[in-house]
Design a protein around this ligand. Structure first.
Ligand SMILES: [Zn+2]
Length: 274
């Protein structure tokens, strides 16, 4: 599933195509949303932003399209009159004079007013977004040590969108590796140096992934590997999806375990329980 950095990049691209421009037509593939088509046509798109793994397309008339891509949803940007070569089902199309933003396969699409956004069951429970500059080290440290979260295993806690919005499976594995923490450890098992380092790494790795379109490995190493002809999927991560391969730091074999009902990758030497 795409994580916060991927959704933020998709929101940037959609915003560049339709943000600040008037629509000429809006189409919904889901029957119950068709009633909104006339109200969103010939209307200014104020902004397109990401919130964790969700996206909000705000219109000047107060309505907002909420979309969550889940596993299969995918945005395409096309020039007016063109469409992508895909067998996916079109769920939402926002057209202006020059371009179209097309969302395929996503099943979670809603049209909301301001009140409904505030009370939305998913949006209202989201923690601070890791892509936002306001989500700084002190705020994360406060949450890690708070009553609600301090006794939760890190492997489980990091992907809980009410703790922080935007972290998914690859980011959690990579963050815990860089922080040298085992996924079974809880914030209350860590000393203040470990917690501070973790609070630094969470936003910095999420932002690095956003800036590099998905690289959480050390950039120098990733660059060296790329120049040697290594494929993107092979050089982008420290440990994620590298079970059985050698840890770049210590040479130990990367392990795959289950944490929070998802596959979790770690180095047993770099991420001991102490
Ligand atoms: Zn290691």
């Amino acid at each position: 599933m795409p994580e916060g950095p991927e959704i933020r990049r998709a929101a940037d691209a959609v915003n560049a195509a339709i943000g600040g421009r008037k629509t000429i037509a809006v189409y919904f593939g889901l029957e119950h949303l068709k009633q909104f088509e006339p109200r969103l046509s010939n209307t200014l798109v104020k902004s397109v932003t990401s919130h964790g793994k969700a996206m909000l397309t705000r219109f000047a008339n107060g309505l907002t399209i909420y979309s969550h891509n889940q596993l299969y949803g995918r945005w395409y940007i096309c020039n007016s009159g063109e469409s992508p070569n895909t067998k996916r089902q079109l769920r939402l199309a926002i057209h202006n004079r020059k371009q179209s933003a097309l969302l395929y396969s996503a099943s979670e699409i809603e049209v909301l007013d301001e009140n409904e956004i505030e009370q939305h069951p998913f949006l209202s429970k989201l923690g601070p977004d890791v892509q936002e500059r306001t989500t700084g080290i002190m705020l994360i440290l406060e949450r890690l040590t708070s009553h609600n979260f301090r006794k939760r295993q890190l492997g489980n806690l990091l992907t809980d969108q009410s703790f922080l919005a935007g972290l998914g499976n690859y980011l959690r594995c990579e963050i815990l590796f860089v922080a040298g923490l085992h996924p079974a450890m809880r914030p209350c098992d860590c000393n203040i140096d470990q917690l501070t380092l973790l609070a630094e790494i969470i936003p910095s790795l999420a932002q690095q992934s956003y800036a590099t379109a998905g690289i959480t490995n050390e950039l120098q190493r990733a660059n060296d590997m790329r120049q040697k002809g290594v494929e993107f999927e092979q050089y982008r991560f420290h440990v994620f999806r590298r079970a059985g391969e050698q840890c770049y730091r210590c040479g130990e074999k990367v392990l795959k375990i289950t944490a929070g009902s998802q596959a979790c990758y770690l180095c047993p030497r770099c991420q001991s329980m102490e």
